[in-house]
Design a protein around this ligand. Structure first.
Ligand code: CA
Length: 366
């Protein structure tokens, strides 16, 4: 018995059992890793945003770059903007069918196909970004989302959040609910249905057409995202009143959809890299929004003379009541929506109680 054997035996005798087990597993994993290390994958990602769109598209570019570096070039992801290879609203089907491997967008775009999908992006008067992350990652929301998308061969990931959005741009002041009557407003999704219930007339207009529609008076108001993106779109040139808060999008989670078959073909280490880079993008995008929005809000107000207004109380209360009615009808018609909404609402009740003694209690003193 040479010295090397003795020392190894001594080491094994003195190590706790768990660590010995771990050492053996690592060696097996390392062997598998060596066998797979030459396998290369090239994936296509498409988004519902224009190419390299600020924060959201940039976040996807970073995601692809990080995966490439982490994998040593074993997984290359080419990122395309909306319409370059897949039209924005066909993204879900493209990922589901495996025409491409990754899609980045917002789950409420698929509400026509899956009514419950919107709850994983944003519920009007719902959770904020921090609470959405808590619900999805640690509160059981992710499991529901995965279960729903599994039928479509898609694995969803939370991948970015806009934070609380702005209420929108208006060509005239909104002084009471009476000013909502007949108001033509660009507001997609559930928010649009709700504001219509309150008397307005919601239309769906793609981002690139909002400016001209406002300028020509085709619409009286439009919501987009928040100060940073809205500034870049130049809406302040065609509408002077900028309202808050974004009651309809209180913390919109962006989604990354990955084709399940493609994901399962990856070796375990590459899968972990994709999961880690998506989690990093999730945090990075929200951080970017939070860091940039107030800087651009000040520019809008100070340099562009934008009139910043809070929605009057009766407007917010009316919209809240309309939200309860519209969601009530929606969940009555779709058992899966009912299940997801009940789960999210139960979580919201808990986290709002906690917020009373945490966030809400400390904010006035910060
Ligand atoms: Ca929006």
């Amino acid at each position: 018995m040479d010295k090397k054997t003795i020392s190894r035996r001594h080491l094994l005798q003195t190590l706790p059992l768990g660590i010995v087990g771990l050492a053996c597993n690592r060696s097996e994993a390392d062997q598998k890793q060596e066998a797979r290390s030459e396998e290369k994958f090239t994936w296509i990602a498409s988004t519902t945003w224009s190419p390299h769109f600020p924060i959201l598209g940039e976040g996807m570019d970073l995601f692809a770059e990080q995966v490439k570096i982490m994998s040593g070039g074993r997984l290359t992801i080419k990122v395309y903007g909306a319409g370059e290879i897949v039209p924005a609203f066909e993204l879900f089907d493209a990922v589901s069918q495996g025409a491409i491997q990754i899609g980045h967008g917002a789950s409420y775009y698929w509400a026509g196909k899956i009514p419950s999908a919107g709850f994983f992006c944003s519920t009007p008067f719902g959770l904020n970004a921090q609470q959405m992350n808590a619900w999805l990652i640690a509160g059981g929301g992710m499991a529901l989302w995965e279960e729903i998308y599994a039928k479509y061969n898609i694995i969803p990931f939370a991948c970015g959040n806009t934070g609380v959005q702005m209420g929108g741009w208006f060509r005239k002041e909104i002084n009471s609910v009476a000013d909502l009557q007949g108001l033509k407003m660009r507001m997609p999704g559930l928010g649009g249905k709700i504001i219509s219930r309150a008397g307005a007339s919601a239309t769906q207009i793609v981002g690139g057409e909002i400016y001209t529609s406002l300028e020509r008076g085709v619409i009286d108001g439009a919501e987009w995202i928040g100060p940073y993106h809205d500034y870049k779109m130049g809406f302040y040139q065609v509408a002077k009143y900028y309202y808050y808060p974004g009651w309809h999008e209180t913390g919109s989670t962006l989604e990354m959809m990955i084709n399940k078959t493609a994901f399962e073909k990856l070796p375990p280490d590459l899968r972990e890299m994709v999961i880690s880079a998506a989690a990093r993008a999730n945090a990075w995008m929200l951080a970017e929004f939070e860091a940039k929005n107030n800087f651009y809000l000040k520019k809008l107000v100070q340099e562009e003379n934008v009139q910043l207004r809070k929605f009057p109380e009766d407007v917010l209360q009316t919209l809240k009541k309309a939200t309860e009615e519209v969601i009530g009808e929606m969940i009555a018609a779709d058992p899966i929506s009912k299940k997801v909404y009940a789960h999210q609402t139960a979580f919201k009740k808990e986290i709002l109680q906690w917020s009373e003694v945490s966030e809400k209690a400390i904010l006035p003193y910060l």
